[in-house]
Design a protein around this ligand. Structure first.
Ligand code: TMP
Length: 209
């Protein structure tokens, strides 16, 4: 089963991914945990480049770089793992490109989806957990975080609003695949809901071996 976690900055994706990974490993699942952009040596170099605040990147170039990192990750990691029956958990996937490059940068959902069909050879997650957070809370969490903000995080409030709208539209468009979870829940409650959703679709049982 292929599960992705999505959401705006500060929604708590990394915490949820770590909690899910622990729970699935405890069940003995053959689990592959990865992230985007990144997840392969090439992808991690792309990540450093696209998130570097000193770079100025054309929106289409940005979408193509994200897609290049994704193509490498799908080819080298995700597809081989799925083919051997492993459970793959990925921190962001092509929904992020639709939200950030399609809506945030204004490239449009259609072209970005098309580009990613090519980049992934038509691979979509079986389940996407979308962490939903009101924008004020998301901005507050992002700004109160330790460490420097990356190039995308440094974007305007209007940009982040468009990204959130993008995710909301995606959730409507792919209602079978995308499940919205309330990111204001306590981390344990959020992980329990996410796990229940995975179980409901038979994924964790399928991955246990
Ligand atoms: P992260 O903060 O979740 O690790 O994601 C890194 C940043 O990259 C985040 O600001 C969202 C952005 N991003 C895109 O703009 N497009 C994409 O396709 C992906 C995967 C991430």
């Amino acid at each position: 089963m292929f599960v992705t976690v999505e959401g705006v900055e500060g929604a708590g994706k990394s915490t949820l991914v770590a909690a899910l990974a622990e729970a699935l490993r405890a069940r003995g699942a053959d689990l592959v945990v990865t992230r985007e952009p990144g997840g392969t040596p090439l992808g991690e170099r792309v990540r450093a480049l696209v998130l570097d605040p000193r770079e100025s990147i054309d929106p289409l170039a940005e979408a193509l770089l994200m897609a290049a990192s994704r193509a490498q990750l799908v080819g080298a990691v995700i597809r081989p793992a799925l083919e051997r029956g492993a459970f793959v958990l990925c921190d962001r996937f092509w929904d992020a490109s639709v939200a950030y490059q399609g809506y945030g940068r204004g490239l449009g959902a259609g072209p970005v989806i098309e580009l990613n069909r090519v980049a992934t050879r038509d691979l979509s997650p079986d389940l996407t957990l979308l962490l939903d957070l009101p924008q004020e809370e998301a901005l507050r969490r992002m700004r109160s975080r330790n460490g420097e903000l990356d190039r995308v995080e440094l974007e305007s409030v209007a940009f982040h609003r468009r990204v959130a709208e993008g995710y909301a539209d995606l959730a409507q468009r792919f209602a079978q695949r995308i499940v919205i979870l309330d990111a204001r829940l306590a981390p344990e409650a959020l992980a329990a809901q996410a796990l229940a959703e995975i179980d409901r679709r038979g994924g964790a049982r399928g991955a246990a071996r």
